[in-house]
Structure formats: C-alpha cells, structure tokens
Design a protein. Sequence first.
Length: 215
Amino acid sequence: MFQLYVFDLDGTLVDSRRDLADSANELLGASGVAPLSEEHVGRLVGDGAATLVARVFAARAVPQPDDALARFLAIYDRRLLNHTRPYPGIPEVLSQLGARARLAVLTNKPLASTRRILDALDLSAAFDPAAVLGGDGPLPRKPDPAGLRHLAAAANVALSSTLLIGDSSVDLRTARNAGAALCLARYGFGCWSVRAEDLADSDRTIRDPIELLHL
C-alpha cells in the first residue's frame, strides 16, 4: 500500500481541456491567427503556461507577440472555471484514499489558479495547503523531481512508498527522475504522449479514477 498519493491536476484530477483551448484560441484570434482544435491544444498542455503559449503560436507557424503570455494568463483567469470539472469519481477517490494515506498535488499550473480550481470544485479539503505545489514556486517544474521529492520528505514518506498519478509523459519522467512509482491516468487528455514502450512492468495504469482504490 502506498503511503503518499501525489496527483497531477490538469488531465488527472480535473478535465480543464476546454477552458484551456478556449483561452488559447481567444488569444490566437485576438492576434489574427486561426484557432486550433480543442484536442490539438490539449496535446500542447503539460509544461506550464509559457510553454503552452509558445506552442500554440508555433503550431500556426507565426511569431509569438511579446505580451502573449500576460494576455493568455488574463484570458484564462476569466475562463478558469467555465467548463473545468473533476473527472467522475474523483471526489470519492480522494475521500477514501485520504482516510488511509497522505495526499498531495504537483502541477505545472500556477499555484493561485490551482488553489482556485480546487476550492471551487470542493477538492481542496482533501489536501493540506502545504502539500499543493504549483509551477511558479521556488522549485523547478516537472519533470524535474525536486517537487515530488519535497512532497515525500514533507510527508515523511519514502519515495518507494510514493505514487505519482498523472496523465502525460511529463509525469512519467517526473516519477522516473524521483525514483517514485507511477500510475498513468489513461482517461486524461495528455495520455497520448506516453507510448506503450515507455511503460515499465511496475507502472500502474487506470482508465477510471475509481481504479485507484483497487491498485
């Protein structure tokens, strides 16, 4: 049994793809650039807002305006919770796992946005505030292992007893770099980035959050 479960946010705890895509496309439209499909934008998510903005302009082969990141953050702040919802079963999973283990969040999304989402969707009670790390803090973003190692140390849990649940290759590399176990959320919109050959025999995979209760 794992003693610490560390969750990615976008594509793992919450389905935020439409709000991210709508925000990216509003930014592109205001810059005179054609929109991208929601699925396409979803494939560009995972390494933080600055990288997402750079990728959406690169996808249209146009230069990124100097103020593009600031404009995107303002747009996304308005759209943050228009359509974003927990994946089915997530509240129940957090309640049951939290009764037997420590829980944490490790995301490359800015911390303020992360807390707003968790609060608005009634998920924040499952996590100690100090156990929620965003991508704009003092520690490097995933796939750097520093954040995951910090969470394990703060919980006084060995990395061998820590499970990182995420939906993308960023999460896979984070777990590998830290020496923690991995559970790939195949229901998430980033799972396309993980090939079958990337997974080890010891890696777990789930197609529904409820499966976490039965690993």
